[in-house]
Design a protein around this ligand. Structure first.
Ligand SMILES: O=C(O)CCC(=O)C(=O)O
Length: 259
């Protein structure tokens, strides 16, 4: 499976510019033979939280139409990062996943909201996991701060997930924690981790990229630098299944003791 990492710079409060960038990147990734492209967190608006009333995507309609068409026209699976949407009277930080036929196969509202960026004052939390399959490969996804909650990533990885996708806007000053947490989640859940962070700045933060692909033994297969770009990594998702035989941590769990 060829994974395209779309380490883009999100233009704050400029959805039109960001939609154009994502469309160009999806087309380029498909031309390069990628099977799936992964986009960062909140790529439509950035963390323009106080402007969501004007900027959030109503029911995710624009995002869903755009990603469905891009997936189908370019025959590529899309893990659509996340976007700011409005549903009813509330705002959410939401992922949409499309397969290469243009079918919506997964959606997810970020479960753990990040107080340090005042996210919970503006956005409502989700309650449900996002598990899906792309080309027959089982996968799950979460968003940014969710990474700090091993219980949640264990929960969503149950059921044989071979890849965990994690779109993010993770500031540069905590990038050392990002690396260690991503490796730990890969090892403990015996799955590939594909984590895609943005680059650039908003009013409060500098984002350093460092998007990563990690194998189920915790080995770093790829780590980007700070530059904006599309990066490609080939992985074999069957490796996640192979290592579960000798060390069957999912079977050896003792939920009677800790759940
Ligand atoms: O946990 C962190 O350090 C970063 C989290 C974050 O930036 C987010 O969830 O948007």
């Amino acid at each position: 499976m060829r994974v395209a990492i779309d380490q883009l710079d999100v233009a704050l409060a400029r959805p039109d510019q960001n939609f154009a960038q994502v469309a160009a990147d999806v087309k380029e990734a498909a031309k390069a033979g990628a099977d799936v492209i992964v986009i960062p967190e909140m790529w439509n608006t950035g963390y323009a939280l106080d402007q969501l009333g004007d900027l959030a995507d109503l029911d995710g309609q624009r995002t869903k139409q755009t990603l469905a068409r891009l997936a189908r026209d370019n025959q590529i699976n899309i893990v659509g990062g996340s976007v700011a949407i409005k549903r009813g009277k509330r705002f959410y930080n939401t992922t949409y996943v499309y397969d290469r036929t243009g079918q919506l196969v997964g959606d997810y509202d970020k479960v753990h909201l990040f107080g340090l960026m005042n996210e919970g004052e503006f956005i409502s939390a989700g309650h449900a996991p996002n598990r899906f399959a792309l080309d027959g490969v089982k996968a799950a996804s979460a968003i940014c701060y969710d990474l700090r909650f091993p219980e949640w990533l264990r929960t969503i990885s149950k059921g044989g997930s071979q890849i965990l996708f994690l779109p993010a806007q993770w500031p540069v000053q905590r990038i050392d924690q990002w690396r260690i947490l991503l490796q730990a989640r890969a090892i403990e859940n015996q799955c590939f981790v594909v984590a895609v962070n943005r680059v650039g700045d908003d009013a409060a933060n500098h984002f350093g990229g460092n998007s990563m692909v990690i194998d189920p033994l915790g080995k770093v297969l790829f780590e980007a630098g700070e530059e904006q770009g599309l990066f490609y990594v080939d992985i074999d998702p069957a490796e996640a299944l192979a290592i579960r035989g000798p060390i069957p941590v999912f079977n050896d769990r003792r939920p009677d003791l800790y759940e």
